[in-house]
Design a protein around this ligand. Structure first.
Ligand code: 13P
Length: 341
């Protein structure tokens, strides 16, 4: 079992490949579709995700896809299960299994991610549907004036992540452990560093107590960036240097790979930051992408819900995935961006 888990984890972070986060919940995908004037029907959600899964990006740059529960059971227009499309492209199907971040008692403004009850049974079902990895997202906000984050929320979220990870590994499913420190707000980059360090230290402590096999997991963290509303924004070099520094001090080298979330960064920032980190070199783990918005904003805009735009949307998705693949190899440049566009 451990060899199987390790092999999947390694495949998820294979050289020049990364993960497509296409696991938007019904509420989130509606928000994305609203922005492009598309009604969020089951058929439209299927058509949109099918176009991505049939694109060239899948065979070349996407090691795995995180699916939402609806999608893992859906069939393409021609009746092929969407999971089969992903497998046929040589990519691995994965599944989001958390039930969302809910208000946490006695911690106003903070959330605890739910979904542990009955998880063992659901994981078995998802394994039978083809899922070989899973995702659970803990959400940590920053509001230093309001005493956020609290010890209580960091500890409880880390504990839930570790319990989820243990249930996954027992079910032969690789857990993506995602403790996301949000980039909302106006905090500076060093505050993001301190909070992320605290969150990662606590998360790995809980993973240790729950006996997680580090070789059979993938970490999905935020990068170290200032809040979106911060007066002082950071250079690409500063983000890369601080992110690598915090990861080196918190993430054991037994973890095979770290796949970042994009968290609201612009497409090109997310790519440039990853590239700069890989270029620093001397890293004990692979670094790659597990982007949602930073991979999908361009194809969503190009598609706009119209069948005649499918090829254009696929090209936009493949371009973004290609740029991120170059970044994961430390071979991206803004010239590449313009050349390929
Ligand atoms: P973003 O890259 O849009 O942050 O999404 C990644 C993800 O899976 C968040 O849970």
């Amino acid at each position: 079992m451990t060899a199987e888990l390790d092999a999947i984890a390694q495949k998820m972070v294979a050289d020049g490949k990364g993960i497509l986060a296409a696991d938007e919940s019904s509420g989130t995908i509606k928000k994305r579709f609203d922005a492009i004037g598309v009604e969020s029907t089951e058929e439209n959600r299927r058509d949109y995700r099918e176009l991505m899964f049939r694109s060239e990006a899948m065979t070349k740059y996407i090691s795995g896809v995180i699916l939402y529960e609806e999608t893992i059971r859906q069939k393409a227009k021609d009746g092929t299960p969407l999971v089969s499309l992903i497998e046929q492209a040589g990519s691995i199907p994965g599944i989001k299994v958390d039930a969302g971040a809910k208000p946490m008692p006695f911690c106003p403004g903070e959330t605890i991610t739910e979904g542990l009850d009955g998880l063992a049974g659901r994981l078995k079902e998802f394994y039978d549907l083809g899922a070989r990895f899973a995702k659970w997202r803990a959400v940590i906000d920053i509001d230093t004036a309001g005493g956020i984050p609290s010890y209580a929320s960091i500890r409880a979220n880390a504990h839930a992540l570790a319990r989820y990870a243990a249930l996954c590994q027992e079910a032969k499913i690789v857990p993506i452990v995602e403790p996301e420190v949000l980039m909302d707000g106006s905090h500076d980059i060093d505050t993001c560093y301190r909070v992320t360090e605290w969150v990662l230290k606590t998360t790995f402590e809980e993973l240790y107590y729950q006996r997680i096999r580090l070789e059979g997991m993938v970490l999905k963290p935020n990068m170290i960036v200032p809040g979106k509303k911060a007066a002082k924004q950071a250079s690409v070099e500063e983000v890369a240097e601080k992110t690598v520094r915090v990861l080196k001090s918190c993430v054991p080298s037994a973890v095979p790979g770290i796949a970042f979330l994009s968290g609201g960064q612009s497409d090109e920032d997310a790519t440039a930051h990853l590239d700069a980190m890989v270029k620093l070199g001397g890293l004990p783990w692979k670094l790659t992408y597990s982007y949602g918005r930073a991979l999908q904003a361009a194809p969503q805009k190009a598609w706009a819900g119209k069948a005649e735009n499918v090829a254009k949307a696929q090209a936009a998705f493949t371009h973004r995935a290609h740029m991120n693949s170059l970044a994961a190899l430390g071979q991206w440049s803004s010239e590449e961006e313009r050349k390929a566009a």
